[in-house]
Design a protein around this ligand. Structure first.
Ligand code: AMP
Ligand code: MG
Length: 397
């Protein structure tokens, strides 16, 4: 049996190798950018007016002029006009290009417009006011987005601004989620007294969606030959398999044996942790296999604790561990890393505080809805004091 740390190290060195693919920019949210993006023009591309008001030639103002006859109007989207008489002004709108022969914009709030004149009624006008000068944010051809960045709404806005309809992104692994267990029925069925609805695979599929992945579902019976036959037909189609159940000591727990027979090399089986001790992990035929124990909290915790960082590392994202302050003293005797379910909140000092909500064990999936995260309490100790800081794995953010 190996430690959580060793298990994690094996997992994040057994990665999926992404390809560079093309993606419509408006479908790229959450994906990882696989090309550098440059400014196609200056940012802004012209001297952009920042306030509605009037545009003047500052020299007239500097010489004491305060009443400016209105010559014309320069609206956003109009070609650049020209102020023909530097003692006049143009009314000008936010988003317009600054008119020729003008160098200063005065806000409507600071002028009185009447009878074809604009009268300036403040003494705080400076040359160049309210003009967002061409190229002051970024110059044409400069790097705006470096590859490797996870695409958020901000990056989508940049793609649109530079006219990039298609962006290169990293491909995501194709995921198959497999339930095992003859006691499981589909969610649209009424279970018999000895049956339950399968929930783990749907929770895992939702986790994948949360992480930006599509996933397919498959159910296999607790029969060795059937597991082998059904999975062997799928290995070529997927990059990663997430299994739930069938990896413990039970007489019908055939998953490890079936995976080995399919050419998936076991990299570890059993981790010194609770929940999720029987976790099996392997790789072969180009497929990475996470076989989680079937208890719902075990599957759920292992998915977030091990699969999520594996995915992020595979997609070349830096994985930073978050830490939280334990809100109450907690004891756990076995020499196992304990993933304690917690509810999180922010303290007045801006720290994350984790209040234990331990629940009734790894079968108690209802308890998950009261919690936000798992805090990782080390195997070497039994008592964890209020105020101590430990790694935390959130499934809501
Ligand atoms: P196993 O790991 O196969 O021994 O299963 C452990 C427990 O988890 C059993 O009580 C199973 O009924 C339950 N279980 C396994 N798979 C699922 C699933 N997909 N949804 C809900 N419960 C499950
Ligand atoms: Mg089972």
């Amino acid at each position: 049996m190996i430690s959580v740390k060793e298990a994690n190290q094996i997992i994040i060195s057994t990665l999926y190798n992404p390809k560079t693919i093309s993606c419509p920019f408006d479908k790229s949210l959450g994906k990882v950018l696989a090309e550098d993006v440059f400014a196609d023009r200056n940012f802004p591309p012209f001297d952009r007016v920042m306030m509605d008001g009037i545009a003047i030639n500052y020299q007239s103002y500097a010489q004491g002029q305060r009443i400016f006859p209105i010559e014309d109007l320069q609206a956003a989207g109009q070609e650049m006009k020209r102020l023909s008489n530097p003692e006049n002004c143009l009314e000008i709108m936010t988003g317009a290009t600054l008119s020729e022969n003008c160098d200063t914009v005065i806000r409507y709030e600071d002028v009185l417009v009447a009878d074809g004149n604009a009268t300036v009624n403040v003494e705080t006008i400076n040359k160049g006011d309210h003009i967002h000068r061409e190229g002051t944010d970024r110059l044409k051809s400069s790097l705006i987005l470096a590859k490797g960045k996870k695409i958020s709404a901000a990056e989508v806005g940049i793609f649109a601004t530079v006219g990039k309809a298609e962006v290169k992104v990293l491909s995501e692994p194709r995921v198959l989620i497999v339930s095992t267990g003859d006691e499981l029925v589909d969610i649209d069925q009424i279970p018999l007294p000895h049956q339950i609805r399968k929930s783990n695979v749907h929770a895992l599929k939702a986790m994948c969606a949360h992480l930006g992945l599509k996933a397919d579902l498959l159910h296999v019976a607790d029969k060795s030959d059937e597991i082998k036959a059904q999975l062997s037909a799928k290995l070529a189609e997927y990059d990663v398999l997430l299994l739930s159940g069938g990896v413990s000591m039970g007489k019908l727990d055939f998953v490890p044996e079936a995976l080995t027979a399919l050419g998936i090399e076991k990299l570890f089986h059993k981790v010194l942790q609770r929940p999720g001790k029987p976790f099996w992990f392997g790789q072969g035929n180009g497929v990475t296999v996470f076989a989680f124990p079937g208890n719902p909290v075990s599957t759920f915790m292992c998915g977030w604790r091990y699969f999520a960082p594996w995915l992020a590392t595979s997609l070349k994202q830096e994985v930073k561990t978050s830490y939280a302050v334990l809100g109450e003293t907690f004891s756990f005797k076995p020499a196992l890393t304990y993933f304690l379910q917690v509810r999180t909140s922010y303290t007045e000092e801006g720290k994350i505080e984790a209040t234990p909500i331990p629940g009734q064990g790894s079968g108690d999936l209802a308890n998950l809805v009261e919690t936000d995260a798992f805090i990782e309490l080390p195997a070497e100790r039994n008592t964890f004091e209020k105020g101590e800081v430990f790694p935390i794995y959130s499934f809501r953010s």
